[in-house]
Design a protein around this ligand. Structure first.
Ligand SMILES: [Zn+2]
Ligand SMILES: [Zn+2]
Ligand SMILES: [Zn+2]
Length: 341
């Protein structure tokens, strides 16, 4: 089953029109969302929801088309989420089922989590009934999705501190793209009062620079993808909390942001309790570091014992790692839930 949908922006006096070649969409329609990207995603998501297919039946549409959406890589792998790609002239968007490996290798592409499809019918998962919540797979998945989205949404040379802040803002944003970050949280991240980090994100037009004098920083995100996020905020807040201290990794909180960012990326991709792997290309894309910097940071993680070992397979370009053995004792860490407003 073909699951590829495209739309195109047609410039027009009186505002651009959104044109869709789908047989059910005859005429081009005026834009009706705060950004073109948002309008495109909203339209394409409607097609994806109408042509619903259980996730286990989805296949990588990139491979079906001969994998020419991206440079060569070592083959399809991972789950098959929907991926949104901005086309060459900046006027066309494509939404398609693409495996994690193909989506990561395709430029101008962001994985669109199901929670961001804006479906009014998707039920909100029930809130946990106890005060503690077993952290794990779900939080990892949401952080992975967020890191992939940010790799496409932020400028390539965005600093590690700004990326860590953007992870928190994305996961804590409400359905109107507003996020509130307590001063204590920012202090814990050692980012309290760091105006230059906010300005960096504001320069990329990803958010509006907030007033930093109040005890709780209120920030307005400007990217359409974030504005489209459907309910599911409680689960996203849990993931944001997990991202502050991504078990089973452990890194002293005074470590530099670059080390925190790499630790977060590795923890989100650690699959087998203490081991994981990632293409070097993906690692550099998610972190904004060069290959050389990434290798140096992995060495530093070993020096501070946040990592037991790492290795790069020269043939496949895959980075493999192992976390220290003592973390094996805490696979099901129980952690109090953050307050959610
Ligand atoms: Zn359409
Ligand atoms: Zn492919
Ligand atoms: Zn694929």
């Amino acid at each position: 089953m073909r699951r590829i949908w495209t739309v195109e922006l047609r410039p027009q006096t009186g505002g651009p029109l959104l044109a869709c070649p789908h047989p059910r969409c005859a005429a081009a329609t005026p834009l009706s969302a705060p950004s073109a990207r948002s309008a495109a995603l909203t339209h394409l998501a409607r097609h994806a929801r109408a042509d619903v297919l259980p996730s286990h039946l989805r296949t990588c549409q990139c491979r079906d088309q001969g994998c020419h959406w991206h440079p060569r890589h070592r083959g399809c792998a991972g789950p098959v989420p929907l991926a949104l790609t901005l086309g060459r002239g900046g006027r066309a968007w494509r939404l398609a089922d693409a495996c994690a490996a193909c989506a990561a290798a395709t430029s101008h592409t962001a994985v669109v989590p199901d929670t961001q499809l804006g479906s009014p019918r998707s039920p909100t998962p029930p809130a946990p009934t106890h005060a503690g919540h077993r952290l794990g797979a779900e939080e990892r998945l949401r952080v992975r999705e967020t890191l992939t989205y940010l790799a496409a949404a932020l400028p390539q040379f965005t600093s590690p501190a700004a990326r860590l802040l953007a992870v928190q803002c994305t996961l804590r944003a409400d359905t109107r793209g507003r996020a509130r970050l307590r001063a204590g949280l920012l202090r814990g991240m050692r980012l309290h009062g760091r105006r230059e980090v906010w300005e960096e994100l504001a320069q990329g037009a990803w958010l509006r620079c907030p007033d930093l004098r109040s005890a709780r920083v209120e920030v307005q995100l400007l990217d359409g993808t974030v504005l489209d996020q459907a309910p599911g905020r409680r689960a996203r807040c849990r993931a944001a909390h997990w991202a502050l201290n991504p078990t089973p990794s452990h890194l002293p909180s005074a470590s530099p942001p670059a080390l925190h960012l790499v630790t977060l990326i590795l923890a989100a991709h650690t699959t087998d309790r203490t081991t994981g792997s990632l293409d070097m290309d993906v690692l550099t894309r998610l972190s904004g570091h060069s290959r050389q910097q990434s290798a140096e940071l992995l060495d530093r993680l070993i020096a501070v014992r946040a990592l037991a070992a790492w290795h790069q397979n020269r043939d496949t370009d895959e980075v493999l790692w192992e976390l220290p053995a003592h973390t094996k004792a805490t696979p099901g860490t129980w952690c109090p839930l953050p307050p959610i407003r």
